[in-house]
Design a protein around this ligand. Structure first.
Ligand SMILES: Cc1cc2nc3c(=O)[nH]c(=O)nc-3n(C[C@H](O)[C@H](O)[C@H](O)COP(=O)(O)O)c2cc1C
Length: 269
């Protein structure tokens, strides 16, 4: 890693045109130079993996590399005895906007001590999820260390605790987007063959959102160039989000006629 070039900090979010702005209804991938290059990859064929016989570690590595980029939940939780804990989780997403709900999946390793995050959330039923920004990813990343229970990850990280409005778990002051959550349901995922629990799915109701004013745009939502969120990709790699493009959602009522004219009978099922 030491021979890698220095990091380029995201300054703003650059908006570009979409990859193929000239695309029209029904047009195949082979109509652009980039598309044709992409299709050349078909010549190498596919590797098809049967997850019921493949080594689970290989399946894990493959899924980690293919299901990307993943957002990262930086979870603050508190044990029944009041011990505070902080850890990153990338099996994380929004579940429903109404009620506001998120999910995190915590691994349960056989023979290993259960992760503090799941144990704490099951016991005290509250936590905060903090979005990590580029300037402090090192501080956040180090909290995934398997420190003994009497070592506090907050102090090791150098991050600052901020009292939450409702829940007992503090939020991370350096985070520009934090959510105070209450446990909705903790679901132990049973392996259909072994019957063992390998993961606990945490569903959390988002009770409060704290968003820093300077990351909001004129529409009152977070601007990715200002929030500078980190994303998880395969293995131990992270990625950043500094470029993007818009693609509209079409309405059949408005464009259906044009689509049918362009595609003809091929669109009929
Ligand atoms: C970016 C990142 C994402 C992670 N995502 C997960 C995850 O989704 N599920 C999980 O069980 N562990 C995940 N881990 C590992 C946990 O953070 C790690 O096991 C941690 O020690 C758990 O801490 P705890 O016992 O304090 O909860 C991730 C680690 C990193 C660095």
């Amino acid at each position: 890693m030491s021979d890698h070039p220095a990091y380029t900090h995201t300054v703003s979010f650059k908006e570009t045109k979409s990859p193929n702005p000239d695309w029209t209804y029904g047009q195949g991938v082979d109509t652009t130079e980039e598309g044709r290059k992409w299709l050349e990859g078909l010549q190498g064929g596919f590797k098809t993996i049967d997850t019921s016989v493949e080594d689970p570690r290989k399946v894990y590595g493959l899924m980690l590399s293919g299901i990307i980029p993943r957002p990262v939940a930086f979870v603050s939780s508190v044990s029944e005895d009041g011990v505070e804990n902080l850890s990153p989780y990338s099996f994380f997403n929004m579940v429903t906007p109404e009620p506001a709900m998120i999910s995190i999946s915590v691994a349960v390793k056989e023979g290993a001590v259960p992760k503090d995050t799941a144990r704490n959330i099951k016991a005290t039923k509250n936590f905060t999820v903090n979005i990590i920004s580029e300037p402090w990813v090192e501080q956040a990343n180090m909290t995934c260390i398997d420190a003994p229970p009497d070592i506090g990850e907050w102090a090791l990280s150098g991050l600052t605790k901020e009292k939450s409005t409702l829940v007992k778990a503090p939020r991370v002051l350096e985070s520009a987007f934090s959510m105070e959550c209450e446990l909705y349901q903790a679901i132990d995922i049973l392996h259909p063959v072994t019957g063992k629990t390998n993961n606990t799915l945490i569903l959390g109701l988002v009770k409060y959102i704290h968003v820093r004013n300077d990351v909001l745009n004129g529409r009152g939502v977070a601007d990715p160039g200002r929030l500078k969120p980190v994303a998880r990709i395969g293995g131990i790699s992270y990625a950043k989000i500094s470029e993007g493009y818009q693609l509209g959602r079409e309405l059949w009522e408005q464009t259906g006629e044009d689509i049918q004219k362009a595609v003809g009978d091929k669109s009929k099922i």
